[in-house]
Design a protein around this ligand. Sequence first.
Ligand code: SF4
Ligand code: FE
Length: 475
Amino acid sequence: MKTKQQYIDSLRRLDLEVYLFGERVTGIVDHPMVMPSMNAVAATYELAQGDVMTATSHLTGRRINRFTHIHQSADDLVNKSRMERLMGSYTGTCFQRCAGMDALNTLSVVTYDIDRARGTRYHERFLDFLRYVQDEDLVCDAAMTDAKGDRRLRPAQQTDPDMYTRVVGQDADGIVVRGAKLHQTGALNSHEIIVVPTRAMREEDKDYAISFAIPSDTKGVLYIYGRQPSDTRKLEGHTYDVGNLFYGGHECLVVFDDVFVPWERVFMCREYEFASELVEKFASYHRQSYACKSGMGDVLIGATQTIAEYNGIADMPHVRDKIVEMNHLNETIYCCSLACAYEGAPEPSGTYYVNSLMANIAKLHVTRVPYELARMAHEIAGGAVVTVPSEKDLRNPRVGRYVEKYMKGVAEVPAEARMRMLRLIEGLTMGMGAACYLPESMHGAGSPQAQRIMIARQVNLGPKQKAARRLCGIE
Ligand code: SF4
Ligand code: FE
């Protein structure tokens, strides 16, 4: 396994074409806009020890980072949920490495299924790629969400045919692909990009039914950095006004401008009837992964309890009740993620797959709970969460002493501690951290309606109706 430093050095060797604020930027590893997100991924290397964060490779028998592991048991799935909570509470942000793990596991199931049905050789190719990822301990960016254009139209019906990523050419050596993937979490911190389709496909859409992996610095791949709330605070010098001092997340718009992919890296090419299986499997694995948000919830609850103490209101009954409610909601996310893992079962390839219904229930809770926690945190923190002066004002020789005097809560806690905690709450619920705590909880791994559709499809109403009929005597 790589050390944290080896991971950082490996990123420096990548030659990515990145655009930020309208300019091409180089040296992104040390760029203040990107560094916090890189630190969060680096933490997945820093903490890689023990049964939660590492596993034994079923291919080589070697100890590997769990983020590159293929689940061999329900216990593996359970440890995955534990790892995500641990990482969420350690970094207080999105640590960006789960979707790659989820794509690897999905492909280990689906390439096997395609080969069985079609006599193709995708699984073997996939295992070669997997071995490379495990041996080199790589970060993979799972690229699913296409631009989608007019949402009423299928891929092949769009006015602009590039609204979904597609094959535009092929020869004996490989395929050429064009399109874009949006909201690419941690793209700049990744060694490889794994592309998968974003929806079910019909025969007329078959050029869009593709999956492949390429090194992130492949020619023709462009990265356009996505902004986050208050992101330029990172450029103001090192102040606690950023909230989370160490970690953050990022997303990019990733463009594939006629990119060549060699056949040995192609895992699906026009087998349109398998696109829906691939999407559903990936979605369920990734919905389990949102145990990460119970880890972020740990940080927000910790911050809320602390600010209540700093404000002198921690013993008020309604505040105690709200802290209990925050914990109750936050643990619900984790319970659901664990439940879908414990109920996991093997697929024909041998890879363990989560209980899909429960994974969807887990993620549907995630679309609500963080918003509810943010509301309670705001109530307890008070209005200062949006009015507190900057760190630079606290350091100013003329007004600093007034900031110190009037930003104080209870006498024993310095104003600066209270200001730092308010900034952390602000960051998690409205600032940079909110990008991954709130809207990412809503839309990451699919929007709530996608979970409702899956729940409707998987819940079996027949036995429930039968039980009701029996108990009131209807034959
Ligand atoms: Fe992992 Fe959560 Fe970030 Fe998705 S949002 S990559 S599950 S930390
Ligand atoms: Fe995600």
